[in-house]
Design a protein around this ligand. Structure first.
Ligand code: GZL
Length: 340
């Protein structure tokens, strides 16, 4: 359902909303893709997008994918908000999109829970919601139209299965294995799913000992801090499970400073998630043993869903994207074309 907006009318609406709702519509975080020569009465699909933040290389690529896809040339008037990791900022942005009567709301939920009320408000306003990347845990599934992203639990299982094979190959299938985990943002579906999937495999191996799991917030700085703590706390670490590449980069700094070797010929086997280009280069040079892909290039998928909805078509509620596991055996084939 498309509303015809003149740019002037929209600006008036935004000012009115800011005045009436007291909602500080943070101009600095709203990037209007429409140009100022927006033809009065031209019809564009108006999309409000609430992004979690800019915590990682993956997130940067994810944002870029949306900003490239939701362009005026592609028929969109795109409102973008950066929530800086705070759920209350996402809720504020969604309410502001509702008050502007956008045609669609798209968001990547920082955590799984706490969305029922605001998504109920979007439903009452007749605005379809598409969840992208991370997922939500809501009572009423009709509160959103579709989800598209990586299957995080499957990603965790892939990490466990790869480790099984690697230990088998190195003759350590029955050896005592000490593992530590750098977890992503607590209660995010990425952290919940990757933990759940990996531990489904790990519980089949009584000789695998997970010594610690700690939130390192998907950032390099926290990844380094937590890994420093692990290195001081445990005499022997055989495997690091790091739930995103940015935390892995921090952990590597900590291991370098502690004189601990890692990767293909090192003391610590490193399993990471996301598969950003910088990490895949480390897979190629043996510093990361395996990287579990999670694609950030979700803009085109959401565009296709919206274009179908605009034609009145039914779309699948769940839209998982295809993902790989990168190792030294296969990474060279993919690196040259890696966009992020
Ligand atoms: C996963 C995504 C996660 C990435 C992190 O889909 O939500 O958030 O794994 C990012 O790099 O910060």
């Amino acid at each position: 359902m498309k509303r015809k907006w003149t740019f002037a009318a929209l600006l008036a609406m935004i000012s009115l909303c800011a005045a009436l709702t007291g909602c500080a519509f943070r101009p600095q975080s709203v990037v209007r893709q429409a140009d100022t020569e927006h033809e009065p009465g031209s019809s564009q699909i108006m999309v409000g997008y609430s992004q979690i933040g800019s915590e990682s290389a993956w997130r940067t690529a994810n944002t870029q994918s949306f900003q490239e896809t939701f362009s005026p040339e592609n028929g969109y008037f795109f409102l973008f908000d950066n929530a800086r990791q705070k759920q209350e900022n996402q809720i504020k942005a969604i309410r502001s999109f509702i008050s502007q009567q956008v045609d669609y709301i798209v968001f990547s939920p920082v955590t799984e829970d706490g969305w029922d009320t605001v998504l109920g408000e979007a439903k009452d306003a007749g605005i379809p919601v598409i969840v992208s990347d991370r997922s939500v845990d809501v009572e009423d599934e009709s509160l959103y139209t579709a989800w598209v992203g990586g299957d995080m639990t499957a990603e965790g299982v892939r990490a466990g299965k790869w480790l099984e094979q690697d230990l088998e190959k190195s003759g350590r299938a029955d050896a005592d294995i000490n593992l530590v985990v750098l977890q992503g943002t607590a209660r995010s579906s990425a952290q919940v799913g990757r933990s759940k999937g990996f531990e489904e495999v790990a519980k089949q191996h009584p000789n695998w000992h997970i010594l610690a799991r700690q939130d390192a917030e998907f950032t390099t700085a926290r990844g380094k801090e937590v890994m420093e703590h692990y290195l001081k706390s445990f005499d022997r670490i055989d495997v690091l499970i790091s739930q995103n590449d940015d935390m892995t980069f921090g952990a590597m700094e900590a291991m370098d400073e502690a004189g601990v070797t890692y990767g293909k010929d090192g003391q610590v086997t490193v399993i990471s998630f996301d598969s950003v280009k910088k990490a895949l280069e480390m897979v190629q040079n043996g510093k990361i043993n395996a990287d579990i892909e999670c694609s950030p290039l979700l803009g085109p998928y959401v565009d296709r869903l919206i274009k179908k909805l605009e034609k009145g078509e039914i779309v699948p509620r769940s839209n998982p994207v295809d993902e790989k596991v990168f190792t030294q055996e296969n990474v060279a084939r993919y690196l040259p074309d890696r966009r992020y």
